[in-house]
Design a protein around this ligand. Structure first.
Ligand code: ZN
Length: 202
């Protein structure tokens, strides 16, 4: 059995401000958090994370590092192109419902291989087979919404896909009620591989 979580003191707005501040520390080259074993041990007794972050599997986008977070401070869910299947949705729902996180962030990134592959698949009219095809299927509506043929389609589609994923987060079981009660907020953001900067999407 897990002990009941203590009441939350972090508001959605404060949680978002804390993550943005962490990103700015990361960009400035002055992060607070190393990932040493003493930090692991100090959080081992329980957790009260302040956000769940959904991002891409891209090896250049390590979520704890780019938000300068430590053990116990954020839940992380990653999939190719941050595609949402039932496991992803259930994981986010668990973070909100059981862990009481006040913030859900969807983080896309520039030059996302999954989005680019989907743009190329739509242009060619050829869907990849099998499980990778599932990712392409799930990203295709965002590509179609911006048009596959423009030169900047990958960037536009990535942003549209983040927005669509934010909408999907708001539909996860238990999340609409938490939003209505002011217990959780959902935000979309984009990570710049070159600068390390995270931009919140309006
Ligand atoms: Zn990616």
């Amino acid at each position: 059995m897990t002990a009941p979580s203590p009441p939350r003191t972090t508001s959605p707005a404060d949680a978002l401000a804390a993550l943005v501040a962490g990103n700015r520390r990361f960009v400035s080259g002055r992060p607070e958090h190393g990932h040493d074993v003493s930090a692991a041990a100090s959080s081992s007794g329980g957790q009260q994370p302040n956000a769940v972050v959904l991002g891409c599997i891209d090896s250049r986008v390590p979520l704890e590092a780019i938000f300068d977070q430590t053990f116990g401070s954020i839940c992380v869910v990653r999939s190719g192109g941050h595609v949402v299947d039932r496991a992803v949705a259930g994981s986010v729902g668990f973070a909100v419902g059981a862990l009481g996180v006040p913030l859900i962030i969807v983080l896309g990134h520039v030059r996302c291989g999954a989005v680019t592959a989907t743009v190329e698949a739509v242009r060619a009219g050829e869907r990849p087979d099998g499980d990778v095809g599932y990712l392409v299927d799930e990203i295709t509506p965002a590509v179609l919404s911006v048009g596959a043929d423009s030169p900047d389609a990958p960037d536009k589609a990535m942003r549209a896909h983040v927005a669509r994923t934010v909408t999907r987060m708001r539909e996860i079981t238990g999340v609409p009620e938490a939003i209505a009660a002011g217990r959780v907020a959902v935000a979309g953001a984009v990570y710049d591989l070159d600068t390390g900067w995270v931009d919140l999407l309006a």
